[in-house]
Write a protein that binds this ligand. Structure first.
Ligand SMILES: [Zn+2]
Length: 147
């Protein structure tokens, strides 16, 4: 009873929230099934998937916002901002690899239905570990300012 009421209030808050734009694309509604699957991932895999869901990843769009790179453009096609959505749904530069791992998804929640495939796709690209992530960048900045 209390649990159901909490769930309803949580759903209402999420539905009315105007921030977290990227995350709302991935989670239009609360999704307990997906949440449970995420919580079973190890820390390294969870970090990658959460970065893809929130947009806070080591992709160029985010890195350009936080000042780590100059260009937000996609390294494969150079035609659009390099965001998780662009790479997983639209990018013409990774079409072959995307089809192998993800098929031809139309929306992000469809991609998120198979976390193993997402991780396989991004491991194949190597883009989530090819450079220091924004988080590591801040750690490095903090260390160098203390030195
Ligand atoms: Zn692209």
């Amino acid at each position: 009873m209390l649990h159901e009421q909490t769930q309803r209030e949580h759903s209402q808050l999420w539905a009315n929230a105007t921030d977290c734009k990227q995350t709302k694309v991935a989670f239009p509604n609360l999704n307990q099934h997906l949440t449970n699957k995420l919580l079973r991932l190890d820390r390294s895999k969870l970090r990658k998937v959460v970065g893809l869901i929130t947009g806070h990843s080591s992709l160029n769009r985010h890195l350009s916002i936080v000042g780590v790179t100059d260009s937000p453009l996609c390294r494969a096609c150079m035609e659009a901002a390099e965001t998780p959505t662009h790479v997983m749904l639209e990018c013409t530069g990774v079409t072959e690899k995307r089809e192998i791992y993800l098929g031809s998804p139309a929306i992000i929640p469809e991609v998120l239905s198979n976390l193993g495939s997402i991780l396989g796709f991004w491991n194949e690209l190597g883009w989530l570990e090819s450079r220091a992530t924004a988080g590591n960048f801040y750690v490095q900045q903090a260390k160098s300012s203390r030195a």
